[in-house]
Ligand binder design. Structure first.
Ligand code: ADP
Ligand code: MG
Length: 376
């Protein structure tokens, strides 16, 4: 529909949480919470359930007051303003469409509240629906739309008032995997097109890494690390981040003289100043390769460990193979699909030598998992 204009590019909006704290009774849901979103930036707030993500979003939206600190929009303190005057669009996990209104009427709702004349309302709602690819669905009711379509309508409804900030709280969590990825990419496209400063709350690390300019990882009401997806993945600041972001093997080892040692394999440390002692070593499956034992491509001594293939899974674009190490324990190796390894085959697991994060443990026995563990 060429006569329909999409909403204009947003004014540049900076959002700032400055030393925000929020208490529920004696429970500190947010503490020392500092985060700045640059104009047009999409920041994902990532963390386990209960870490305070929704609380942060609700404080920003003005749905909760904060006990300490301030919320600034373009430098202005909005902490005392009600939600209606903060100019933010919101989408939540559960579809929150009015069932007795059509998709178009749902989208028009915010404009009706603002007393926008009917003709303009209708045109802007149609434009917002076009933006999310639903221009043909103006007259449909919620029960006539799929889950993904309902969330698109919710997104159109959030954007139709041309808010300065977009807030999304687990907007994809109720959708099935394929729709989730489609809508995730669509949200990113629209957000980039509009240049709207966006806070995207999720507990799903794949989603956060895929969609965000920067990711803020939360734990117990605090931000543990903020960085680009690549920074978080390659340089996790803490063992919690190493454990929570991406897939890692945990191996028992020790730090000695600024290096990590795993069954005699010596690896550089991400933090070379780490104190000597027993540790749990985090190794990415893609930082390991497999070589059939006794072949010409045999791994050099010192950087490999012998083992037996337990299971190998074809994942389309790669294979993931679990190996029982001679020294005990299991590692998962991610490798090229063209390299096939049979169950029971003797292999060498070669370490690429990428710098590893480690976590200090009481003693080596504590570092040894009882069962093979692959953490996500
Ligand atoms: P997340 O969105 O990361 O799962 P929340 O922000 O919803 O976490 O919750 C953070 C913590 O605050 C949790 O321990 C939760 O139980 C608590 N909490 C959240 N909302 C309330 C409330 N209205 N009253 C009391 N406790 C709450
Ligand atoms: Mg939540």
């Amino acid at each position: 529909m060429s006569h329909i204009q999409t909403p204009p590019v947003q004014q540049k909006t900076v959002v700032e949480f400055a030393g925000v704290a929020k208490r529920y009774g004696s429970h500190l849901a947010l503490t020392e919470f500092d985060l700045t979103l640059q104009p047009g930036e999409l920041v994902a707030l990532l963390g386990p359930s209960g870490s305070g993500k929704t609380t942060a979003l609700r404080v920003l939206a003005g749905l909760e007051s904060c006990d300490d600190g301030r919320i600034l929009i373009n430098g202005d303190d909005v902490s005392g303003l009600p939600t209606s005057r903060r100019d933010m669009g919101m989408v939540f996990q559960s579809y929150s469409l009015f069932p007795h209104l059509s998709a178009g009427e749902n989208v028009e709702f915010g404009l009706r509240m603002r007393r926008v004349p009917a003709a303009e309302r209708r045109e802007r709602a149609a434009a917002a629906l076009a933006l999310v690819g639903l221009d043909a669905h103006y007259g449909r009711f919620a029960h006539e739309l799929s889950g993904g379509q309902q969330q698109r309508v919710a997104l159109a409804r959030a954007l139709v008032t041309r808010p300065r900030v977009l807030l999304l709280d687990e907007p994809l969590s109720a959708l099935d995997a394929k729709v989730r990825v489609q809508l995730r990419d669509e949200i990113r496209r629209i957000q980039t097109e509009l240049g709207i400063t966006t806070l995207f709350v999720t507990h799903d690390q794949d989603e956060a890494l895929a969609v965000a300019d920067r990711v803020a990882v939360m734990r117990d009401g605090r931000i543990e690390q903020v960085g680009t997806p690549e920074e978080l993945y390659t340089r996790p600041a803490t063992p919690f981040i190493a454990d929570f972001v991406g897939l890692s093997n945990r191996l028992p080892g020790a730090v000695r003289h600024g290096f990590a040692e795993v069954h005699g394999v010596v690896l550089p440390l991400l933090d070379p100043s780490h104190a000597d002692g027993p540790v749990r070593v985090f190794v990415r499956p893609e930082d390991l390769t497999l070589v059939t034992a006794g072949t010409p491509g045999d791994a050099p001594a010192g950087m490999s460990l012998a083992g037996i293939v337990l299971v190998s899974s074809f994942l389309g674009s790669l294979r993931r193979t679990s190996v029982q190490l001679e020294q005990g324990g299991t590692v998962v190796v991610q490798h090229d699909v063209r390299d096939r390894h049979q169950v029971g085959e003797s292999v060498l697991v070669r370490f690429a030598g990428a710098p590893v994060p480690v976590e200090a443990v009481q003693d080596l026995a504590a570092a040894l998992p009882r069962r093979p563990r692959l953490v996500r």
